[in-house]
Design a protein around this ligand. Structure first.
Ligand code: CP
Ligand code: NVA
Length: 298
C-alpha cells in the first residue's frame, strides 16, 4: 500500500493511524521503548527543501529502531537523468519504504508503480497528506473529535489534503480562496464524498469572514508555494484581503503547516499569538508519521 493522498487510507484506517499516533506520542513522552521498525530502512528522496518533513521522518525512524537515508535529488543519479522508474527500482531493492518530496505528483505515482515497497508522499505539487495526519492529530487534541475548521488562502497542496482529510475525520470544513486560486473540482468532489460518509459538511467559497464564522480552528498556508515563485506578484495581488489577522481569527485556534511568511498570509501576532498551535502541529508530524510508517512497514 502507498500513501500518496490522504484518501489512500479509508476513514477507519485514518482513525487507526491517529489512535496509534496518540499512543506513540505517549510512549515517547514516557520513555517507553517502541522499536517497532528495528532493522528497517526508509529511503527519503527530496527534490525540494524541507525542515520538518526531513527531520520528523528521520528522527521518527530512529525512535522506531530503524534507519533513514537522506537522498537529495542532486546527490543521486536522478539528478543526472536516471529515469524516475529506474530510481524507484533501485530504492526498493535496499529500502523497506520510500518517502519522497517531488516537484510533480506524477513522479510519485511512477515511484509507487516501480519501487515494490510502500511509497509515502512527503509533499508534491498536488498534496501533502503527511501534514494532514499531524493536523488531524492536532485538531483532536485542541478542538476534540468534532467541530468546524476553516481554510483561508491558497487552495494549494496542503489545503487539498486538509479539505479531504478533515471531512474524512468528521469535521465540518469551510474554505475561502480567491476565485483564481480555488480548488480543483476533483478535490472538492473527494471532500464532499468523504463528508457524505462521515455526516460532516464541506463548503468552498471566496469570503474569508463567512468561512471563519463560528470556526474552532482557522488554517492558512503561504501564498507562494515552492514552484510558484514566477507568479509571486500576481498572487500577492490576488490574496489581498485573505490575510489571517487577530480580527479574522477571533477565538479560534490558528493553524499553519510552516514555514510561515509573517505579514503575508498571517500577521506575526497571529502566528506567534496565544491561539497559535503551529508548533504543536510541527511536533505532531513526528508522532503521526511514526504511526503511518509502522502501519505501512511493520
Ligand atoms: N510543513 C512542512 O512540510 O515543512 P517543511 O517544508 O519544513 O518540511
Ligand atoms: N504549500 C507549501 C508547503 C510547504 C511545506 C509549498 O508547497 O511550498
Amino acid at each position: 500500500m502507498h500513501f500518496l493522498t490522504i484518501d489512500d487510507l479509508t476513514t477507519d484506517e485514518l482513525a487507526t493511524v491517529l489512535d496509534d499516533a496518540a499512543a506513540l506520542k505517549r510512549a515517547q513522552a514516557d520513555g517507553t521503548p517502541h522499536r517497532l521498525l528495528a532493522g528497517r530502512t526508509l529511503a527519503m528522496l527530496f527534490e525540494k527543501p524541507s525542515t520538518r518533513t526531513r527531520l520528523s521522518f528521520e528522527v521518527g525512524m530512529t525512535q522506531l529502531g530503524g534507519h533513514a537515508v537522506f537522498l537529495g535529488e542532486d546527490d543521486i543519479q536522478l539528478g543526472r537523468g536516471e529515469p524516475v522508474a529506474d530510481t524507484a527500482c533501485a530504492l526498493g531493492l535496499y529500502a523497506d519504504a520510500v518517502m519522497a518530496r517531488v516537484d510533480s505528483h506524477d513522479d510519485l505515482e511512477t515511484l509507487a508503480a516501480n519501487a515494490g515497497v510502500p511509497v509515502v508522499n512527503g509533499l508534491s505539487d498536488r498534496a501533502h497528506p503527511a501534514q494532514t495526519l499531524a493536523d488531524l492529530l492536532t485538531l483532536r487534541e485542541v478542538v476534540g473529535d468534532t467541530g468546524t475548521v476553516a481554510w483561508v488562502g491558497d487552495a494549494n497542496n496542503v489545503a487539498a489534503s486538509f479539505l479531504v482529510g478533515a471531512a474524512m475525520a468528521g469535521y465540518d470544513v469551510r474554505a475561502a480562496t480567491p476565485p483564481e486560486f480555488g480548488f480543483e473540482e476533483s478535490v472538492v468532489a473527494r471532500a464532499e464524498a468523504s463528508a457524505d460518509a462521515t455526516g460532516s459538511e464541506v463548503s468552498v467559497g471566496h469570503d474569508p469572514e463567512a468561512a471563519v464564522a463560528g470556526a474552532d480552528a482557522v488554517y492558512t498556508d503561504v501564498w507562494v508555494s515552492m514552484g510558484d515563485e514566477a507568479e509571486r506578484e500576481a498572487r500577492l495581488a490576488a490574496f489581498e484581503g485573505f490575510q489571517v489577522d487577530a480580527d479574522l481569527l477571533g477565538d479560534a485556534a490558528f493553524m499553519h503547516c510552516l514555514p510561515a511568511h509573517r505579514g503575508e498570509e498571517a500577521t506575526a501576532g497571529v502566528v506567534d499569538g496565544p491561539n497559535s498551535v503551529v508548533w504543536r502541529q510541527a511536533e505532531n508530524r513526528l508522532h503521526a508519521q511514526k504511526a503511518l510508517l509502522v502501519d505501512l512497514v511493520a
